[in-house]
Design a binder for this molecule. Structure first.
Ligand SMILES: [Ca+2]
Length: 400
């Protein structure tokens, strides 16, 4: 069967494999939805979905120093070695910017269109392709071990830490101590602070090198400490799970996380589609999900590609959907619509935001060549705006 539509958007290997192997994508065999609410890699999801601990009035709080003393005592009682506690928790200060940044998360504030414009640039695609070539050997090994394609690993790595060029410079211990002291999610971050001490206790990393984001996400995969403890991998076998500087460990940790959250090597992540104008019929046939994080509740119940085809869903330029035994959920984000397959949900488990999962999916398609990156229309417009701005500026200079 020819699975190529009018714009040459060929069915993926995943779709073809699924077509040939029905058992591999039997919906009944799919993991239940609790994988979405399992511990996740990105603090963004944590911050969006978890409210742990009743907010206490600020006045009721102990001074930070006293709070920290009590925390130290508990860490010792939990079996963290005294020298680790001493080294990690001495002279820890609160970091004001951590609290400020906690309130302002780009993934949730920007629309999909704005997010794609900002993040999915041609430069990013070009660089991601270069990284996929440069690191092809280790990518191939990790991909073979975990069943997650190289282009997906490169894309997640790229979005999380700009391919290792920025994985955060904030010292993790004071960052987590600040967030644990804040009443908003103190219980949650208190546990993360204990998990961070446990990592130090195991000797995987020195406290001075334990760095990450303002939200406590560490290293190039941006794992919270509890996620690190569960999913980080020592792929280069030097006995340290080094998600800060070891690329084999970094990529394998990302792959392990996705695999453990249901990544199916035989399927793609999903694809962009065009939906019919009668959205009511779509909503009746595939209502929104009832469980999961916010983004999951903003996607539909899954239907088969055949059912979507019958409902009038088509490829972006009007072609028929591929014939494959795959189920997909409709994701409507801004002006665009997508059918998200099971692997998309593994990406949402990493970071529960459609903007994120769609960006990873599209970038991986650009890296693999499944899709050609579109010429960004905003570039021409931006040039136009720049010209207008410049001329306006000149006028200003003239009149002033
Ligand atoms: Ca290692």
């Amino acid at each position: 069967m020819r699975l190529i539509d009018s714009i040459g958007y060929e069915a993926t290997a995943g779709e073809r494999a699924a077509s040939a192997n029905i058992a591999s994508v039997d919906p009944a065999a799919r993991k239940p939805y609790d994988r979405i609410v399992a511990p996740v890699a990105s603090a963004v999801l944590m911050l969006s979905m978890l409210v742990v601990g009743a907010p206490a009035a600020a006045d009721d709080r102990l001074p930070f120093d006293e709070w920290l003393q009590a925390f130290r005592a508990e860490a010792l009682a939990r079996g963290i070695r005294p020298e680790v506690v001493e080294q990690a928790l001495t002279n820890v200060q609160r970091i004001d910017v951590v609290v400020e940044r906690d309130q302002n998360q780009a993934e949730f504030i920007l629309s999909l269109d704005a997010y794609l414009t900002r993040r999915l640039t041609r430069e990013l695609v070009t660089y991601a392709r270069r990284m996929a070539v440069k690191h092809r050997r280790v990518l191939r090994k990790v991909s073979a071990a975990y069943g997650v394609p190289a282009e997906t690993l490169v894309s997640v790595w790229g979005l999380e830490s700009n391919f290792g060029r920025f994985s955060g410079v904030r010292p993790t211990i004071p960052t987590l101590a600040t967030l644990a002291y804040e009443p908003r999610r103190s219980g949650f971050f208190r546990n993360e602070l204990f998990a961070a001490l446990e990592i130090l206790n195991r000797g995987d990393i020195e406290v001075d090198a334990m760095k990450g984001s303002w939200a406590g996400a560490m290293g190039q995969p941006q794992f919270l400490p509890s996620v690190y403890l569960r999913y980080a991998v020592d792929f280069d076998r030097d006995r340290h799970r080094d998600i800060w500087t070891s690329l084999p460990d970094i990529l394998a940790s990302i792959a392990n996380y996705l695999k453990e959250h249901g990544w199916n090597p035989k399927e793609a992540w999903g694809r962009e589609v065009r939906i019919p104008s009668d959205k009511e019929a779509l909503a009746t046939a595939a209502p929104p999900r009832e469980a999961g994080c916010t983004a999951v509740k903003n996607m539909s119940e899954p239907l088969s590609l055949r059912q979507w085809q019958q409902l009038g869903v088509r490829l972006p330029k009007g072609g028929r959907l591929p014939v494959a035994k795959i189920r997909g959920s409709l994701v409507q984000a801004g002006s665009r619509s997508f059918l998200a397959y099971g692997n998309y949900e593994a990406l949402l488990a990493y970071n529960c935001a459609h903007t994120y999962a769609i960006t990873v999916g599209l970038l991986s398609d650009y890296v693999s060549g499944r899709l050609s990156p579109p010429r960004p229309p905003q570039k021409a417009k931006a040039r136009g705006r720049k010209v207008v701005k410049r001329s306006a500026k000149r006028r200003l200079h003239r009149v002033s």
